[in-house]
Design a protein around this ligand. Structure first.
Ligand code: AHR
Length: 492
């Protein structure tokens, strides 16, 4: 059956905030240490201790924003341990993630330097679970106060004269769980209290993000919005795809056809979550002033055999390219409320962009999707309607194709995912409101459903030119191969 896609290029639907393409880096496993930070004395090429290869790779996908230092780590992190001469910094145990020594060599100054190198905005997550109001307040003063103050003076003694610009600040993380096991009423009160002392100094204006719900905890959103909406600019949401459930997630590489299908179905479930949480937010914030910040998302599987279970290191296959492509399409399509998202996590942890092994680095299929989709960053969303068939398999079913469309720099870009691992999808794509001239396409796909890049074969899965379309008046007949992510670009 031909699936129908209608793109109304003149029906504009607001800007797709580039921060939807944001990232997350926690002091977890080999993300910060080894992944970003190798230290100045390392043989791995670095600039002031930060790996050059990883920075270059991330700049190539126009990384807009980076969230740090956690995650669960954020609510155990005491920022003062991570400033001043490195040799004097406190060594501690990263109790949450693998029980390894954290030497605090990567702290506030190093993170801000990393963001400068990447050209990315910093998003810092403060500690509510085990921290104090004073500690949080002083962190913001340390980073952003311009003039004479105890914290600004200390920052200067530590080598940074000018304050940094800091916009995004999270007041706690997963405070329903690792961030303190709180009830929403209690956290709402704490949020109100802590955020009071997150000050705007000079012209630095902080965008305050409250810790939001886990998956479908709609009561959390209801209580936070009811009690604290006027004190926040953003409310977060966390959702991970675990094909086998949290306790038995399944292998990243060695999975069955059923697991493929369940992964796709669970990926698309995020749309229902966004819609239902948005409906609650609309009740208290009909103007949509408050952004939904999906600051943790991705496919989370069992760790690679033989690796530290607390390090969350997993491989990444063409299945993950589909998870990324479909999720980003959903975020694009909810750009009125979803104005930031941060895939977990940038390097060597969960659904990574890049994997490293000593001096080697490989790009994952997920990375390539972010590279293909960068055309959507800060683009004008345009209307896209899909009428597509269902993939049905036992108890699992999901629409075969998902997509989104936007306009930027004189081009209409349409991203389409064929989530069916066996069958190609034939599309009748009607373009309205623009002339169909000059079409080009790019695709990422593979023959095997678990195709991946490895340190031995780093280019197994990568984008290629896509020619599977034929113009027919102002329409295109498109043939999307099974398990593929395609971006079509139409010059206006
Ligand atoms: O991303 C891994 C962990 O998942 C984060 O630390 C936590 O916030 C979430 O539960």
């Amino acid at each position: 059956m031909a699936n129908k896609v209608v793109v109304n290029a003149d029906v504009k639907q607001g800007t797709i905030n580039k921060n939807i393409y944001g990232h997350f880096a926690e002091h977890l496993g080999r993300c910060i240490y080894e992944g970003f930070w190798v230290g100045e004395d390392s043989d791995i090429p670095n600039t002031n201790g930060i790996r050059n290869d990883v920075v270059e790779a991330l700049k190539n996908i126009d990384i807009p924003l980076l969230r740090w230092p956690g995650g669960c780590f954020a609510d155990e992190y005491h920022w003062k341990d991570g400033v001043g001469p490195r040799e004097n910094r406190k060594r501690m145990v990263n109790t949450h993630w693998g029980g390894v020594i954290e030497n605090n060599h990567f702290g506030t100054h190093e993170f801000m330097m990393l963001c400068d190198m990447l050209g990315a905005e910093p998003y810092i997550n403060g500690n509510v679970g085990s921290g104090t109001v004073q500690e949080m307040s002083e962190w913001v003063e340390y980073m952003t106060f311009n003039g004479e103050s105890p914290m600004a003076n200390w920052r200067q003694e530590n080598g940074r004269e000018e304050p940094w610009k800091l916009k995004y600040f999270g007041v706690g993380n997963e405070n329903w769980g690792c961030g303190g096991n709180m009830r929403p009423q209690y956290y709402a009160d704490l949020y109100r209290r802590f955020q009071t002392y997150v000050r705007n100094y000079g012209d630095n204006k902080i965008f305050k993000i409250a810790g939001g719900a886990n998956v479908d905890d709609y009561n959390w959103t209801e209580v936070l919005m009811r009690e604290a909406a006027r004190f926040m600019d953003g409310l977060s949401l966390h959702y991970y795809v675990h094909p086998g459930g949290f306790w038995n997630k399944g292998s990243a590489t060695d999975f069955t056809e059923d697991e493929w299908n369940i992964t796709m179905q669970k990926t698309l479930y995020i749309e229902e979550l966004i819609e239902k949480h948005s409906t609650i937010m609309d009740k208290y914030d009909p103007e949509k002033r408050i952004a939904m910040i999906v600051d943790e998302w991705g496919a989370w599987y069992d760790v690679e055999p033989g690796t530290n279970p607390g390090f969350l290191y997993q491989q990444n296959t063409i299945r993950d390219a589909l998870v990324a492509g479909a999720t980003l399409n959903i975020f694009n399509n909810h750009n009125d409320r979803v104005r930031m998202a941060n895939i977990a996590q940038t390097v060597n942890v969960i659904q990574s962009m890049v994997l490293t092994e000593n001096e080697k680095m490989i790009l994952t299929p997920t990375y390539h999707v972010f590279e293909m989709y960068k055309v959507h960053q800060d683009a004008e969303r345009v209307a896209l309607d899909l009428e597509v068939g269902e993939v049905k398999h036992g108890d699992t079913s999901f629409p075969q194709v998902n997509g989104s469309a936007s306009k930027k720099d004189g081009k209409i870009n349409i991203s389409l995912c064929n989530m069916d691992k066996d069958n190609s999808a034939t599309l009748d794509l009607q373009l309205r409101g623009a002339d169909l001239t000059n079409v080009s396409g790019r695709i990422i796909t593979a023959t095997e459903m678990n195709a991946m890049n490895t340190f031995e074969e780093p280019e197994n899965v990568k984008p290629a030119a896509f020619n599977g379309f034929e113009a027919n008046g102002n329409a295109l007949n498109v043939e999307l191969p099974p398990k593929s992510v395609v971006v079509l670009s139409i010059a206006e």
